[in-house]
Each structure stands twice: as C-alpha cells, then as structure tokens.
Write a protein that binds this ligand. Structure first.
Ligand code: HEC
Length: 180
C-alpha cells in the first residue's frame, strides 16, 4: 500500500520511477517485499515441477512473468551501495562483487522470461510434436555460453525451472547470510 501511494506521488511529482522511490524510502524493506513476492511466485511452480501438484501451464507462465518483472534492473536498484543493515541478510560481498551480483539479477530475469515462454514445453507436448521432441533432446546450453530467452524458450519447462532454482541458489549462497 505504501509503495502504491509512493508510486502515485511519484507519478505526480517526479520522473525517477517507482524503484528509486522505493529505495529512497527503505531499500531493505523494499527488497524484502520483492523477494517475498518472488518466493510466493516460485512456490506453486516448485509444487508442480516436483509432481506434488497438477501442472498448469498458465500458472507457470504467470508466475515466471511475475518473477521476471521483479528481476533485472529493478532488483539491482533495491541494493544501493551501503544498504547493508542488521535487519538485512544481504552480505557485504554484494558490493565487493557487484558485477557478479548484477549478472545474477539479470540472469534471473532472462531465465524467468524463458520459463514463461517454455511453459508449454512439457513431456505431453513433446510426445505430440516430433520436431519439438528432437529439439528438446539436445544438450542443455553450457553454463559459460550466454543464456538467451530464445534458447530457453525451446527447452523443456522443467529444465528451465531447474535453471531458475539454480539462479536463486547461486545468488543466495554467495550474497545472502544464512539464517540460524
Ligand atoms: C541476484 C541475487 C538474488 C537472486 C537471483 C535471488 N535472490 Fe532471493 N535474496 C537475495 C538477497 C541478497 C536476499 C536478502 C535480502 C535482504 O535481507 O536484504 C534475498 C532474500 C530472499 C528471501 C527472503 C526475503 C525476506 O523477507 O527476508 C526469499 C524468500 C528469496 N530471496 C527468494 C528467492 C527466490 C525464490 C529466488 C529465485 C526465483 C531468488 N530469491 C533469487 C538475492 C537474490
């Protein structure tokens, strides 16, 4: 609600965009909100890809799009230099390895966008489409090659979801304090 009001105020008073207003308010609170939204969007997908819940293509697409919309530059903007605090699990390593942190935030966006497009690439769909089946049988792109949304869109949804989880994990393991 506060963010919503701030965005209204911003629309009226400034041209700096919602993210910078949120940062001006309290970057720690803003990124907790964003990360919790990302976590909430991730949860139903995890249940589906682990087989605990029935697969629903539209839910995967919407959840992935939501994560994509919170990632990338908008996510980076929530971590201004010097915003580490006792209320935050963000480690100083973020600002010591800024390029790597930015890269992971951008990758989150790319992989989430790819997952939204790959949502229909399930085993059932592959069985109906031999050419798609051949494509999806190919090797996954190596970690060093640049990941593109287009390449991800051709992959099985479950593989792209795994890459999404790897991206969360890669960033958390290096840049987020472990909670006791
Ligand atoms: C670019 C780095 C990065 C990526 C990628 C990333 N996170 Fe995070 N995440 C963080 C950091 C840093 C924190 C701690 C923020 C803080 O406490 O200020 C965090 C915190 C969280 C939290 C706790 C929020 C809270 O209120 O304390 C959740 C939940 C979360 N992340 C989920 C996810 C999920 C799910 C993904 C992948 C879909 C993901 N994150 C991807 C960096 C990242």
């Amino acid at each position: 609600m506060k963010t919503w009001l701030a965005s209204l105020a911003c629309a009226a008073l400034c041209a700096t965009g919602l993210a910078s207003v949120a940062v001006a308010q309290d970057p720690v609170e803003a990124r907790h909100e964003a990360m919790e939204e990302i976590g909430d969007a991730n949860r139903p997908m995890r249940r589906m890809f682990s087989g605990e819940a029935a697969y629903d293509e539209a839910t995967v697409r919407d959840s992935a799009n939501l994560i994509a919309s919170l990632a990338g530059d908008d996510l980076i903007a929530l971590f201004p230099e010097g915003s580490g605090s006792p209320e935050s699990d963000a480690l100083p390593a973020i600002w010591e390895n800024w390029a790597e942190f930015e890269e992971l935030a951008m990758r989150l966006q790319t992989v989430a966008e790819g997952l939204a497009l790959a949502a229909g690439n399930t085993e059932a769909a592959a069985a109906n489409e031999t050419s798609m089946g051949a494509l999806m049988g190919g090797p996954a792109p190596a970690a060093e090659t640049e990941i593109t949304v287009q390449a991800l869109a051709e992959m099985p949804a479950s593989d792209v979801f795994e890459m999404l989880g790897d991206t969360c994990g890669a960033c958390h393991s290096k840049f987020r304090a472990k909670r006791n």
